[in-house]
Design a protein around this ligand. Structure first.
Ligand code: GLU
Length: 344
């Protein structure tokens, strides 16, 4: 009897615990964006790196194309998705309960893992539409972005900065970014906004068609005011070399944010640790997976975050010494005593 009991016990232990991972393979999904953006291949890059160690971690990462940042944050918070990619400005707003989260209040379960590539507010217009600044959008048909996307609020911020009313001054459309290039090429819209990393398939598609297309600079006094008002926007440049078919002759100045990788406080630290570790330990390989990652450093991947770092990621940052790059406010209250001493 004793023997049978100990066999059962041994069996249970092996089933429950295997070194470094879970007894049964866990599936987690990353919410991304439209397939022609950079979030979708970013989800792919993260999953590819982590899935190489699937057996070791008993973890399988899958990727889903979604409506974008706002959708991803909400899906992560509701438990529909385990991870999401979201603009740094949307992360800020969710954490503080602003904009889309104004009625719901601060989203205290939101957690940062790391930040990724820079994203620029990209305004693309038909070259013959005489749009040389956001101010020229007056009276035009403009795609602002689909509900759930990050760009919808960015387009609204730019319009407001240039004194334009979304309802009265333009004919606003709310189509998904993936549809915008063909809407432009079919002359069904005059311009569209997309907050996205560069280069990407979407803007290539928009600039490479029959209709000549221009990437419109977002600069000037209204932008300076905007930068003062919102802490999360910064000046950025869209390199002309990425879109040689656009009628622009040089790099395009605009403003932008950063893509960030987020999760919920409720996700197991083992899972978050595994993903963080694999991305950072295979950093050079990860960087090669998309040209928008060319500017990434381990240090800048810990910048542009607002929600506290998930404890699983924190464990890796402490082990690797990267923790010194974190701002103290990113350490969750509960772990301040344990970790604050390792910061610079
Ligand atoms: N920034 C966009 C959004 O938040 C997505 C960009 C992309 O898919 O690369 O909706």
């Amino acid at each position: 009897m004793k023997k049978i009991l100990s066999i059962i016990l041994a069996l249970c232990v092996t089933l429950i615990w295997t070194p470094m991972g879970f007894s049964r393979t866990k599936f987690v999904t990353i919410g991304t964006g439209g397939v022609t953006g950079v979030y979708y291949p970013t989800g792919g890059a993260i999953s590819r790196i982590v899935n190489k160690k699937s057996k070791q971690y008993h973890l399988k990462v899958t990727v889903e194309s979604t409506a974008g940042s706002v959708y991803n944050i909400n899906a992560v918070l509701s438990g529909d998705l385990e991870f999401g990619i979201a603009q740094s400005d949307r992360q800020y707003q969710a954490w503080y309960g602003l904009a889309e989260w104004k009625n719901k209040g601060p989203q205290k379960n939101l957690r940062s893992v790391f930040s990724i590539h820079p994203e620029s507010i990209t305004l693309v217009a038909r070259a013959d539409a005489n749009i040389n600044s956001p101010a020229d959008l007056k009276g035009k048909r403009v795609n602002l972005g689909n509900p759930g996307s990050g760009q919808l609020q960015n387009s609204r911020d730019v319009l407001a900065a240039f004194g334009l009313d979304e309802k009265k001054d333009i004919k606003a459309e709310y189509a998904k970014a993936v549809e915008a290039p063909s809407l432009l090429q079919d002359e069904r819209i005059d311009a569209f906004f997309y907050t996205v990393g560069h280069p990407n398939g979407n803007i290539k598609e928009a600039t490479a068609g029959r209709i000549k297309v221009k990437i419109v600079p977002i600069t000037g006094a209204p932008v300076e005011k905007l930068l003062k008002k919102y802490p999360y926007y910064a000046k950025s440049i869209i390199p002309h070399k990425f879109y040689p078919d656009a009628v622009n002759e040089s790099d395009v100045p605009t403003i932008g944010v950063k893509a960030t990788f987020v999760t919920s406080k409720k996700i197991s630290p083992k899972i978050v640790y595994a993903i963080t570790k694999e991305v950072f330990e295979n950093f050079e390989q990860f960087k090669k997976l998309h040209p928008a990652y060319a500017v990434l450093t381990k240090e800048n991947m810990l910048q542009g975050l607002t929600a506290p770092i998930h404890r699983g990621a924190l464990k890796y940052y402490k082990e690797s010494g990267l923790i010194k790059y974190l701002k103290p406010e990113l350490i969750p209250e509960k772990y301040k005593k344990k970790y604050l001493k390792y910061l610079k």
